[in-house]
Design a protein around this ligand. Structure first.
Ligand SMILES: Nc1ncnc2c1ncn2[C@@H]1O[C@H](COP(=O)(O)OP(=O)(O)OP(=O)(O)O)[C@@H](O)[C@H]1O
Ligand SMILES: [Mg+2]
Length: 367
């Protein structure tokens, strides 16, 4: 848990490292943005790799503002938090005052020379009364409001990670509305504003989707080349890349787990079975359907697929349901392929990773 105000003053609106984002194009990304350091596993640090298109989208947000809060959702471990942190760094470099909060991990980064911002985030994160997560979630919005209203900052960004669990899933919609209010009714005029939230909660998507307050934007696992770059960074003997790709399907979180278990995919599957509550009674109840779904997730798209099963699979973060059209404009970074039976990707429904599918398959065989 990094409670230190790590980013305070890294780059500020008063002292931007770049004159502005206006002229940046995708091709310039590599030169323009410093890639942050991330921990892939204990003792393994890497730079933020690949995701060039996603970074290009950050440039677009910096140029135009986000008209609605962008809510990024996608498979667990696909790299949403890494992306948000990298976006915070990029926006800081573009001269934005940035508040990034990871409520679930009581972590934050502030890029601003208003010292009070980091101090208040630090206080909230250090709260011992059990309210730290809730306080951080709301403080992020309040601070950005103050950066505009009280401190007269004209380029601001608020990036919030895993806040919906903190405020309560039933209030996810209202929380997003508060971000929208910031965009539409700021306490003072501003030049640019960027508001992005990330969530791995499958269910928060439906709560937010009920309103028209957000731009729900999915993010998929990493494309093959980027994933291979990450794989290369892991030290020691490892299985061939092809095998790892077929297990993790480009998911860096799963890559990390595989590495940590000494590439023991069986152990990762066991861990998933436990974590996802794949109990014999759950499996017995849905056996017929699950047998079809491990063969082809698209089976769940049929009109007679039980809603209850779909809800349970979404809630457990096993599948992504109702996947968007594969047009770049609807996605953060590259969309998944239209279909990839080997990885468990269907047109409208996909397993989050092949290992998720494997967990269900193993229990089906055992029970
Ligand atoms: N582009 C990237 N470059 C380098 N490392 C990455 C990248 N994307 C993700 N990682 C690493 O992969 C792991 C999982 O990523 P991350 O935590 O960002 O996923 P997530 O989608 O936020 O997961 P969750 O759903 O659990 O919140 C982390 O260790 C992260 O540092
Ligand atoms: Mg995350």
């Amino acid at each position: 848990m990094g409670l230190a105000p790590r980013g305070a003053g890294c780059a500020s609106a008063a002292n931007p490292r770049l004159p502005g984002a206006g002229r940046l194009k995708y091709a310039d990304i590599d030169n323009a943005v410093k890639r942050i350091k991330l921990k892939l596993a204990p003792g393994v640090e890497t730079e933020f790799v690949d995701r060039d298109r996603a970074l290009g989208q950050v440039v677009e947000w910096a140029e135009k503002s986000t008209r609605f809060p962008v809510v990024v959702f996608g498979p667990e471990g696909c790299g949403k938090s890494a992306f948000l942190r990298q976006a915070a760094e990029a926006l800081g470099e573009f001269g934005f005052d940035v508040v990034y909060v990871d409520a679930a991990h009581r972590d934050f980064v502030a890029y601003t020379d208003v010292a009070e911002v980091a101090r208040r985030l630090f206080d909230a994160a250090s709260d011992v009364s059990g309210l730290a997560q809730l306080k951080l979630a709301y403080l992020a919005v309040d601070l950005v409001k103050e950066l505009i209203g009280r401190w007269g900052r004209r380029r601001v960004a608020v990036l919030v990670d895993e806040v919906f669990q903190a405020v309560g899933l039933d209030k996810a919609g209202i929380y997003v509305k508060s971000l929208l209010n910031l965009i539409e009714y700021p306490p003072r005029s501003y030049e640019r504003i960027v508001a992005v939230a990330a969530t791995s909660e499958g269910v928060s998507r439906s709560e937010i989707g009920r309103h028209r307050w957000a731009e729900l934007t999915p993010m998929w696992n990493m494309p093959r080349e980027g994933f291979q770059q990450l794989y290369e960074k892991l030290p020691g003997p490892k299985p061939p890349f092809e095998e790892v790709w077929r297990l993790a399907g480009g998911n860096p979180g799963m890559l990390s787990r595989l590495y940590l278990t000494g590439w023991n995919s069986g152990a990762v599957v066991t861990w998933l079975i436990r974590e996802k509550g794949l109990t014999p009674d759950f499996i017995a109840r849905w056996r017929g359907w699950l047998e079809r779904v491990v063969e082809d997730p698209e089976a769940l798209w049929s009109p007679d697929a039980p809603e209850e099963l779909i809800r349970q699979l979404v809630e457990r973060n096993l599948i992504l349901y109702n996947i968007y059209e594969r047009e770049q404009i609807f996605w953060v970074d590259q969309p998944p392929p239209e279909r990839d039976p080997e990885l468990g990707v269907g047109r409208d429904v996909a397993w989050q990773t092949p290992l998720h599918r494997e967990a269900v398959r193993r229990v089906l065989e055992a029970v």
